[in-house]
Design a protein around this ligand. Structure first.
Ligand SMILES: Cc1cc2nc3c(=O)[nH]c(=O)nc-3n(C[C@H](O)[C@H](O)[C@H](O)COP(=O)(O)O)c2cc1C
Length: 239
């Protein structure tokens, strides 16, 4: 692993509507025009930028749905600057704030949590955030809120599905509703000609040794997950 670029450079980006990974209206929940602006919090940790890349694209997908806003938050860093330098962590985009208090989470209508894998489970920084939600749990503040996951692993078989699967316990104990994407994205999920992160559990990217960038196919699935979740949240809140 090492310092990764994360996002695809703009010259390599292709329009989402002009490729086979494009979202299709039939795959996302129908949305009416709600009056209230719903908020989906995209809460993520990213050391080398891959998860961050997915997070930004998820926000784009969320905001294709009328009346729903995607709000980006970082899980607070737990490592010292010295250790981050030794691990060749990428610089953080300061425009994305850290969650200042776990109580902030109560304001969301839904969540998409993103994290890199560490030995098949979520990174400790994200776990630390969940561990700080005891009061929210006690007061039942997150009960009934829908939530999904997106992940990054270094390698194929490195734990994209186990990382999401193991994270379900966090939702279960809070009484939150796990929203997987299943195979609703369609043909793009059956791609066999190229390496493709993501699964029915949610979007995913393979970081390789850190230098691999998310492909357009992986980013398109992330965008789709945002749009899909926005449709689900809208239906839950507005019926
Ligand atoms: C301590 C540690 C454990 C890791 N464990 C795994 C693992 O089990 N499977 C895997 O594929 N990658 C593993 N990785 C690689 C990370 O998942 C990879 O760096 C990360 O997905 C990159 O995401 P980011 O750019 O958002 O930080 C590990 C990395 C570290 C530092």
């Amino acid at each position: 692993m090492g310092k990764g670029g994360g996002c695809v450079s703009s010259k390599n980006k292709t329009s989402n509507s002009s490729n086979k990974y494009a979202n299709t209206a039939k795959n996302s929940a129908n949305v009416t025009s709600p009056t209230k602006n719903l908020k989906i919090f995209i809460v993520f940790y990213s050391m080398y930028g891959h998860v961050e890349c997915l997070a930004k694209r998820i926000k784009k997908g969320i905001e294709t749905v009328d009346g729903v806003e995607g709000v980006l938050y970082r899980a607070p860093e737990t490592l010292s600057e010295d250790v981050l330098v030794k691990m060749q962590a990428a610089p953080k985009d300061d425009s994305i704030p850290e969650i200042s208090s776990p109580s902030d989470l109560a304001d969301a209508d839904g969540f998409l949590f993103g994290f890199p894998t560490r030995f098949g489970c979520m990174a400790a920084q994200m776990k630390a955030l969940f561990d700080s939600t005891g009061l929210l749990w006690k007061e039942q503040k997150l009960v009934g809120k829908p939530a999904g996951f997106f992940v990054s692993t270094g390698s194929q078989g490195g734990g994209q599905e186990t990382t999401a699967w193991a994270a379900i316990t966090q939702l279960a104990h809070h009484g939150m509703l796990f929203v997987p994407i299943g195979y609703t994205f369609g043909a793009g999920m059956f791609e066999m000609d190229s390496i493709l992160g993501g699964s029915p559990y949610g979007a995913g990217v393979f970081a390789g040794d850190g230098s691999r960038e998310a492909t357009e196919a992986e980013l398109a699935l992330a965008e789709y997950q945002g749009k899909y979740m926005a449709g689900i949240v809208t239906k839950l809140v507005h019926g």
